[in-house]
Write a protein that binds this ligand. Structure first.
Ligand code: ADP
Ligand code: MG
Length: 630
């Protein structure tokens, strides 16, 4: 601590009293106090406003004002230093009021002596310091992200920090005085009951609690409770520190579910394999017998055996598709036609009491996938939706592009950063309780009557979507309906391209002839074109280009020609192509071409230029323009 003297200001309208007090101070040996004096109420107000003193001593009688009034005014003006009121003998009402108003102490003037005065001043200063420290600690409590609250033994909230405001959404003013058990819980759960019991028996408790925030959102917290006692060791309040673990818990349960499905898959694939070995000889033998046995009896029974063996084999195939994933014939697919096809089937075959609503965003990205398998996925989901709406309802199929960012992947184990097409199949049917929702992807899990469901629909959906590099999400509310979302990664684009993806004009399968002497540029351009639904042919020089064009002029829609090439340069190539077909559509690709050469090209009738290096977007937009032009 510094050795600065403690500055004391005495406010007293009686000079004799000042002299007396000064003498007392001079008797305090080694106390290091510095006494100053003002004699009027007004000068005192100004002096206190400067906040320069460590302690104030106010006499009660100050002309026609009182020290009590001055005390009120000083505190209202933000005085932080301790104030000691000097009162007359037996003026107990004044004493009490002074303490209520925030005085650090009061001293009976008739009894003041050196030791009493010195002790009072020292205590006052120490107490102020302690208060400030507590204030600083309280501020620290607000910095932490944990929610900290204190409740009395009736569970009335006494303290509520900033972390609690953030976690629960209730402001301090709203929370104080409320019953914690009513504010934070939907109901008194067994865990909460255990906590309430343990805290009184053992003085502390620790565990997980399910709580609810102001907006109704459910949260899970790791909670630590401590019983706080007063000086007499009697319980006085409960201190609670809560850490939000909602996100962590969700990830954990996703992980457990994934693991369970995996082990079921392993088990199922083992059985499926054996079952195949059982079914194969049955099927083959029955087919052989069918050829040999011509009697009526065999004629009736053998097809039954064959049919059922085939059905069995089919089930086995589905189980295997879940366990091992499926191999498919993957190609670039547009989602729109796929959904339209499903819509037709559904409209024709589903009962009329089910309304069908289709909602597809414009410019959906392409995905890489097996059309037959995705078809099966959508059918399975639609059939489930139909089964969930025996009394009618609405089936909604929608599709949209979605960019998944890091924020999303942190919450979902299966998601990766990048762009996806999301297809949503929603119904307004029965919905599912959590214990069923938890198991629906297991093979053979069904709630339907025997003969109505195999329990393989959703496990097949999951197997197929996984083999497409995607994932599935479900939301369901009992009595309200269910929503399945399938996420398919979009095809063939780099992360960077996806990020900058502004709606690029797609091709319609037109053939583009790419002429460039640089292999790398030919390759990249070809890939870009194919990604965006064009077809590409490539030529490495003018001569090859002309040969190809002569052969395929009916198919080729546009020629993308580099201007700087060896052997036959761009200009000559263009002129030769124009001889074969005067209407040929050409985009001239220019790198470092002289202005004079460019004007020659322009002169030859070429209107569209693309300068190297070009982005995919520039390439696509340019092609789009050329193809539109008459
Ligand atoms: P199945 O349809 O043969 O029962 P699935 O794997 O397709 O097998 O579905 C498993 C279970 O999931 C169903 O039996 C049903 O309980 C539940 N389920 C699936 N989709 C829905 C839905 N849209 N609404 C309500 N429950 C559903
Ligand atoms: Mg089903």
């Amino acid at each position: 601590m510094d050795n600065r003297p403690v500055r004391v200001l005495l406010v007293d309208d009686d000079e004799d009293d000042y002299i007396l007090t000064r003498d007392w101070f001079s008797e305090m040996e080694g106390a290091n106090f510095e006494l100053e004096w003002v004699s009027s109420y007004e000068t005192a107000v100004d002096a206190i406003a400067l906040h320069q003193h460590d302690v104030y001593l106010l006499d009660y009688r100050l002309g026609d004002r009182t020290g009590l009034e001055l005390l009120h005014e000083a505190i209202a003006n933000g005085c932080k230093a301790p104030i000691i009121l000097l009162t007359g003998q037996g003026d107990h009402d004044v004493d009490v009021e002074a303490m209520k108003a925030g005085a650090a102490d009061y001293l009976d003037k008739s009894q003041i002596g050196v030791p009493l005065l010195e002790r009072s001043i020292r205590y006052a200063i120490e107490r102020k310091r302690a208060e400030q420290k507590i204030g600083e600690q309280a501020a620290l409590l607000d910095v932490t992200t944990d929610a900290i609250l204190v409740r009395d033994l009736e569970h009335k909230i006494l303290f509520w920090n900033k972390g609690a405001e953030r976690l629960y959404g209730w402001k301090t003013g709203e929370a104080i005085g409320k019953n914690a058990n009513e504010l934070l819980y939907k109901e008194i759960s067994p865990e909460l009951q255990a906590a309430l019991k343990t805290i009184f028996e053992e003085g502390e408790w620790q565990g997980e609690l399910h709580q609810v925030a102001k907006d109704g959102k459910e949260i899970i917290v790791e909670s630590r409770w401590t019983l706080v006692c007063n000086e007499l060791k009697q319980p006085k309040s409960i201190l609670t520190v809560n850490t939000d673990i909602t996100e962590k818990k969700q990830l954990e349960s996703q992980f457990l579910r994934a693991q369970r499905l995996e082990s079921i898959g392993t088990l199922a694939s083992g059985i499926a394999h054996d079952l195949n070995n059982v079914l194969a000889p049955i099927l083959m033998s029955a087919q052989l017998l069918e050829l040999q046995l011509q009697d009526e009896y065999s004629h009736r029974l053998l097809p039954l055996i064959i049919d059922n063996a085939k059905r069995g084999a089919n089930l086995v195939k589905q189980v295997l598709s879940f366990a091992r994933g499926v191999e498919g014939k993957f190609s670039m697919l547009q989602v729109e036609p796929l959904v339209s096809e499903i819509k037709q089937i559904v409209q024709q075959t589903f009962p009329k009491y089910i309304d069908i609503d289709i909602n597809i965003a414009k410019h959906l990205d392409m995905v890489r996938g097996d059309a037959t398998q995705l078809h099966q996925v959508l059918m399975n989901l639609c059939v489930n939706a139909r089964d969930a709406m025996p009394n009618g309802g609405t089936l909604t199929i929608s599709a949209t592009n979605l960019l998944i960012d890091e924020n999303y992947t942190r919450r979902n184990l299966d998601a990766r950063i990048g762009s996806y097409v999301v297809i949503t199949i929603a119904d307004t049917g029965t919905g599912m309780p959590p214990e069923i929702l938890d198991r629906i992807f297991e093979p053979f899990f069904t709630t339907k009557e025997i003969g109505k469901g195999t329990g393989l629909g959703l496990s097949t959906v999951l197997g197929i979507i996984k083999s497409h590099g995607g994932f599935v999400k479900v939301d369901s509310e009992l009595g309200k309906g269910t929503q399945f979302k399938i996420f398919l990664p979009t095809a063939g684009k780099s992360k960077m391209q996806q990020m900058e993806d502004v709606e690029l004009p797609l091709g319609h399968g037109e053939v583009i002839l790419v002429v460039d002497d640089e292999a790398a540029i030919r390759d990249v351009t070809k890939t870009s074109l194919e990604t965006y639904n064009y077809k590409a042919m490539t030529a490495s020089d003018g001569i090859e280009a002309v040969t190809l064009y002569a052969e395929h002029r009916q198919e080729i829609s546009v020629v993308l020609a580099d201007m700087m090439m060896p052997f036959m340069d761009g200009l000559t190539t263009i002129r030769t192509l124009q001889k074969i077909e005067p209407q040929v559509k050409i985009v001239a690709v220019s790198g470092l071409v002289s202005e004079d050469k460019l004007s020659q090209v322009r002169h030859a009738g070429v209107k569209t230029f693309l300068s190297k290096p070009y982005t995919t977007q520039e390439l696509l937009t340019t092609l789009h323009e050329v193809l539109q032009a008459k």
